[in-house]
Write a protein that binds this ligand. Structure first.
Ligand code: SPV
Ligand code: MG
Length: 431
């Protein structure tokens, strides 16, 4: 009897999966792999049920000889282990980023004469409805909120990108890239004070009020499922901060990052070129504790951002503050720098990790942008935030288009570098 293998990444069995099973049974005995949580999160999306429940779901279907867990999105290990004669999959993997998976399967099977069976992918309204429902569930506050903590526990490094609108949210949600035979995507979204203010044409000085910032979050939440990290600036007055924490938690935001500055906040990337005042350790600890006390779930995170290196107060001050903020209840530490070279970030992370192995470390490599995620992870960083690159890439493109229309008194010259309207429309989901 020949052996047929299929890998399932689903939480719900629908007609498409049953078609694969029916077709596979014509070729031999069927082994189904269930993609592990870590691999599923990296490649696709969060599961809404546990790995054991997903395995049981498949075991409950008749005509399957074995169910195993597949630990990597690429099939290499599983193929080497079970040597299937056939691997069966919907033909949707013939294009797009998932083609890299098919290429990998083809290479592995060709070593011993195994074959791929591509069957027509099942597109129908019932399958779409089920997929949409899973996505809607992932977007619900109680599901979304806890996913940052889970992600930090599972991934060696979590990657967040700045978003400030529904459209940039969609980019963060849907951009998947195949590179060097691996698939990658962003794990989370950063609601930057700088870019949220810039999008409204306002300076980054805590001028855009909370109601307006929440409106931005809401726009993003409407069209995405990934966890959200909110840039809370200084957090404001303690009496106000507790309300902010409550609101964000209720909305399904996963974390707020507050920076230890006081008075009129200026963007950190100005450093000491402008007047910026660091908060006292005692007062900032009080703010963290007040926020932790008010939150209702264990999911929400308050991350303390240390500005000592930005304000040239030295490494010892940064480390002292980190210790104090953790003692006050901070769920993570963000260390910021505006040096081009990452050495002070590495020095802080190395010293902090000697004392504390657990608390997540967060960095924003805007100035020290040559550093790779892998290097940061090697120094104990858990979360990297690309805080403003979408805004900075969009603005010059829009500015050039505006200038060229003025220059040529028509739009033809700019058209070849514009995204076709059809592509914009297909980016946006319709219910
Ligand atoms: C932001 O994105 O608003 C930040 C990061 O706070 S930074 O601009 O580097 O201060
Ligand atoms: Mg900010």
């Amino acid at each position: 009897m020949k052996k047929v293998y299929a890998c399932f990444t689903t939480d719900v069995i629908h007609e498409g999966h049953l078609n694969i099973i029916k077709e596979a049974q014509k070729y031999g005995t069927l082994v189904i792999g269930v993609l592990s949580d870590a691999a599923l999160i990296r490649f696709n999306r969060f599961p809404t049920i546990s790995i054991n429940e997903r395995v049981d779901l498949i075991k409950g279907i008749e005509g399957i000889s074995e169910v195993i867990v597949q630990d990597d999105v690429m099939y290499e290990d599983v193929i080497n282990k079970i040597h299937p004669d056939y691997v069966i999959h919907g033909d949707n993997w013939l294009q797009g980023p998932t083609k890299a998976i098919r290429d990998n399967v083809e290479k592995c099977l060709s070593k011993y004469g195994g074959k791929i069976i591509d069957i027509p992918y099942t597109y129908n309204s019932e399958v779409k409805r089920i997929d949409d429902q899973i996505r809607e569930r992932l977007a619900m506050p109680e599901f979304r909120r806890k996913r940052l903590r889970r992600m930090l526990a599972i991934r060696s490094i979590v990657k967040a990108i700045e978003v400030h609108s529904g459209l940039t949210g969609l980019l963060a949600e849907k951009t998947v890239v195949e590179h060097d035979g691996e698939l990658d995507q962003f794990d989370a979204m950063w609601i930057s004070s700088l870019c949220d203010s810039t999008a409204k044409g306002k300076p980054d000085i805590e001028l855009v009020d909370m109601t307006s910032r929440f409106r931005t979050i809401d726009d993003v939440m409407e069209v995405t499922t990934k966890p959200i990290i909110f840039d809370g600036d200084t957090g404001g007055m303690i009496e106000h901060f507790v309300y902010t924490v409550r609101s964000l938690e209720r909305m399904g935001v996963s974390a707020i990052i507050i920076e230890d500055k006081t008075g009129l906040k200026k963007n950190s990337l100005f450093g000491n070129e402008v007047i910026q005042t660091q908060d006292t350790i005692e007062h900032f600890c009080e703010k963290i504790s007040a926020g932790k006390k008010i939150q209702l779930t264990d999911d929400f995170m308050i991350i303390a951002r240390i500005e000592s290196l930005i304000l040239e107060q030295g490494m010892e001050d940064a480390l002292n503050r980190a210790r104090a903020y953790v003692n006050a209840g901070a769920d993570g530490i963000m260390i910021h720098s505006r040096k081009k070279n990452p050495s002070e970030i590495f020095a802080f992370c190395d010293a902090f990790r000697l004392e504390n192995k657990e608390i997540p470390l967060v960095v924003v490599p805007t100035s020290f942008n040559s550093v790779t995620e892998q290097e940061l992870a090697a120094h104990g960083v858990n979360l990297v935030i690309y805080a403003n690159q979408l805004t900075r890439s969009a603005f010059p493109a829009m500015q050039k288009t505006a200038e060229d229309i003025l220059r040529f008194h028509r739009a033809e010259e700019v058209d070849q570098r514009l995204m076709p309207i059809k592509n914009i429309i297909t980016l946006i989901d319709e219910l």
